[in-house]
Design a protein around this ligand. Structure first.
Ligand SMILES: Cc1cc2nc3c(=O)[nH]c(=O)nc-3n(C[C@H](O)[C@H](O)[C@H](O)COP(=O)(O)O)c2cc1C
Length: 314
């Protein structure tokens, strides 16, 4: 059976994100993969309402779906994504980060939280990989959260990112076609995706540039100063994306390097086990909020003041 590879973009029609994505997909097609291509501009995607009825249902062992399932195209697209072996996301950078059209789509994935759905037997486990392309008019400096923002949306559906491209300095529609190196790199992503697909899941590894980004774990380029976490763990420096913890050290050639601590991958968000620790944190942070009638009564009483507070809109 042919491998399935899907491309998802939120860029302008026939422009940079689409073209780079199609270049990568063409390699997969040539290698015999069955290709699906989706530009989110052609679909209706509503905002997550924040109701959390999906996860409340999952907590009770049921797949209740999303309250918007019948109202837009998210479910149809997720069913297609779940059927894939690999998905390549290619998204324009707006205001330093992935554009809103993509984020709206991605932030509707809570109802499709694969680990939960697998645990309650609603879906079968399948190892899937992802390639990420962020496309902007500027250099890295004005795309500082672009790939990182895309990476952050991979956890909910448990996609293993094996390659990433930051496409810089392509503001004009289709301008990437003037950059042979960039087009070749997109071609290479197609090759990397096919290599990863044909590798047993446990042996799949990062295939992008070895020295990409600060973080040797997820290759993000974003570090933050650590603060004590809910369970007392405190790293000096954390990766903003995967949560790896460690410190900065100077190498022999005088460059700074992020070195992950011995227990630094304890809450690795790219890993199911690490992410599961966040579920414990959510429970801790809620502190029995929903189960304690005293809390609920206190909030109801204090909320009245804010309900009564009215300001003019526009
Ligand atoms: C609202 C808006 C905000 C943008 N913000 C950024 C930005 O912060 N950084 C950047 O590098 N490019 C930015 N751009 C430029 C686009 O990322 C660039 O034109 C890109 O090629 C669009 O991809 P597309 O051709 O696939 O649509 C912005 C464009 C728009 C329309």
């Amino acid at each position: 059976m042919a491998y399935k590879v899907m491309g998802v973009t939120a860029g302008r029609k026939n422009s940079n994100s689409e073209i780079l994505l199609k270049e990568a997909l063409s390699v997969c097609a040539e290698a015999g993969a069955e290709i699906t291509f989706v530009n989110l501009h052609d679909y209706n995607i509503l905002d997550c309402t924040g109701c959390t009825s999906c996860t409340i249902g999952m907590g009770q062992g049921k797949n209740v779906g999303c309250v918007l399932d019948e109202k837009d195209d998210k479910k149809k697209l997720m069913e297609a994504i779940f059927a894939q072996d690999a998905v390549i996301y290619s998204v324009p950078t707006y205001d330093l980060m992935p554009n809103a059209m993509y984020l709206r789509f991605a932030q509707r994935s809570l109802a499709f939280e694969t680990a939960f759905l697998e645990r309650i037997g609603a879906i079968e486990h399948k190892d899937r990989i992802a390639g990420l392309i962020a496309v902007g008019g500027s250099t890295r400096s004005w795309q500082s959260m672009a790939l990182e923002g895309l990476q952050a949306t991979m956890f909910t559906t448990d996609m293993k990112v094996v390659d990433m491209i930051l496409a810089t300095k392509v503001p004009g529609p289709g301008q990437c076609l003037l950059d042979d190196e960039l087009m070749a790199r997109a071609h290479k992503m197609g090759e990397n995706i096919m290599t990863a697909i044909q590798t047993p899941p446990a042996e799949r590894k990062w295939l992008g540039e070895e020295d990409m980004g600060w973080c040797p774990n997820c290759h993000s380029n974003a570090l933050i100063l650590g603060e004590p976490q809910w369970d007392g763990i405190h790293y000096e420096i954390e990766c903003a994306v995967c949560g790896a913890g460690g410190t900065l050290e100077k190498t022999e050639d005088g460059k700074w390097k992020f070195v992950i601590a011995e227990n630094g991958l304890y809450k690795d968000r790219t890993d199911l086990e690490g992410r599961t620790r966040h579920v414990i944190e959510i429970g801790e942070n809620q502190g029995g909020f929903f189960a304690n009638p005293e809390n609920l009564a206190k909030v109801a009483a204090r909320r009245k003041k804010y309900e009564a507070m009215q300001f003019k809109g526009v």
